[in-house]
Write a protein that binds this ligand. Sequence first.
Ligand SMILES: Cc1cc2nc3c(=O)[nH]c(=O)nc-3n(C[C@H](O)[C@H](O)[C@H](O)COP(=O)(O)OP(=O)(O)OC[C@H]3O[C@@H](n4cnc5c(N)ncnc54)[C@H](O)[C@@H]3O)c2cc1C
Length: 405
Amino acid sequence: MDTAVPGTPKTPAVSAVVVGAGVLGACVGYHLARQGVRVVVLEEARPASGTSGATFSADVTHLKTPYAYYRLNRQGAEEHRLLSGTLAGPAWLHPAPLVQWADGDAAHQALRERVLRARGWGHDCRLAPPSALRDLAPAVDPAACAADEVAVYGSAVWFDAPRFVHALLDAAVEHGAETHYGVAVTGLTRTGDGRITGITAGDRSWSADTVVNCAGPAADRIAALAGVRLPMRQVPGLLAESAPLPGPPLAAIVVAPGVDLRPTADGGVLALSWEIDARLEGSGTAALDGLPRELHRRASTVLPGLARTRIDDARIGVRPIPSDGLPLVGAVASAPGLYHLVSHSAVTLAPVLGRLAAREIVTGRPAAELAPYRPDRAVHDSVQDENLRAMNGRRRRSQRAGQGL
Ligand SMILES: Cc1cc2nc3c(=O)[nH]c(=O)nc-3n(C[C@H](O)[C@H](O)[C@H](O)COP(=O)(O)OP(=O)(O)OC[C@H]3O[C@@H](n4cnc5c(N)ncnc54)[C@H](O)[C@@H]3O)c2cc1C
């Protein structure tokens, strides 16, 4: 039986070009360099200037289905903890309980079911009376929670993704990796039999045994250079970051109807709203007009202290979302030598995906954990991941409401 990853060399790779310096590019670059591969990381702007620099970046393991995908996310979160004890630099991993409540019977039922499912899978979570908010997130206005119970995920964390990227790249460089920023990959080189042998970037070029496509929302464009179609789409999200809160900082990640909030490293708050994101689609960055203010207003109804702060920064991040919600990892037979590494929720997943991808690239042996995520699987638009199903539902409802339907 041939056990090689389709399209990957059976002889181990000794050189690799990684396209993109977000969480996935930094993680796979780090693991490749540690294993002695000659690695070049190419980034068209700066490290973490893509989605990894404009993300809510909480551990989303509890939201994930099916079970194998939940396990993969849980492994990602566990490997963050291991890496945080290994890599130098400022802390990127911030433990904070996650508290969520819902409005309406159907949403509440879905919340309960998720807690029961996650508990059944051994996740640290429970249902609690709303008074739990007093201890877990005293800065939250109790009147903002009209629900009879809240879900509490006790061992949740949020990640400072840019710091994580920098720590990984610094460690990769220590292990011999080269990094080049301000270099946009514009083409792929290939042999007569179709094998990808490197990249071109304007008048520059780099050869490698494996090109690793970690271009995030632009990954489908890199794949298209080799005639490969990646089944994915781009979904924008608005993030507003406040100045430090007056009074006690937010101590928890709070997921309330209409707005998600989490602390920032500076004592401020990062806010996101799916209802607002639904309005971004198709309208580009022009939609920034007025929306950060609306996001700030929504967030202030949950966290009154926010009304006395300003928004320091508002950004749009673009989620790279595979059509069925699950990662796209590996090469395809029509373009051997080009290895794709693309995922939503990649801040949570990066440590495990980066490690497993590097091992496959180095050894040519497939990782069983990655078998469900091959880019040439039959990807239908039926969504496997409950998290993405819920996101799609919220987006559709908001878009209908916005159109007055
Ligand atoms: C609003 C929002 C909320 C989110 N919330 C969470 C969350 O709570 N938890 C979670 O785990 N995930 C979350 N995500 C998803 C997560 O942030 C992304 O999955 C992750 O950041 C993707 O990382 P990446 O390395 O694949 O892509 P990126 O960070 O986008 O990196 C790709 C890099 O490739 C570079 N690039 C592109 N084209 C080229 C080229 N031609 N040449 C050279 N370089 C190129 C880009 O400049 C970029 O720096 C969220 C995303 C958004 C937008």
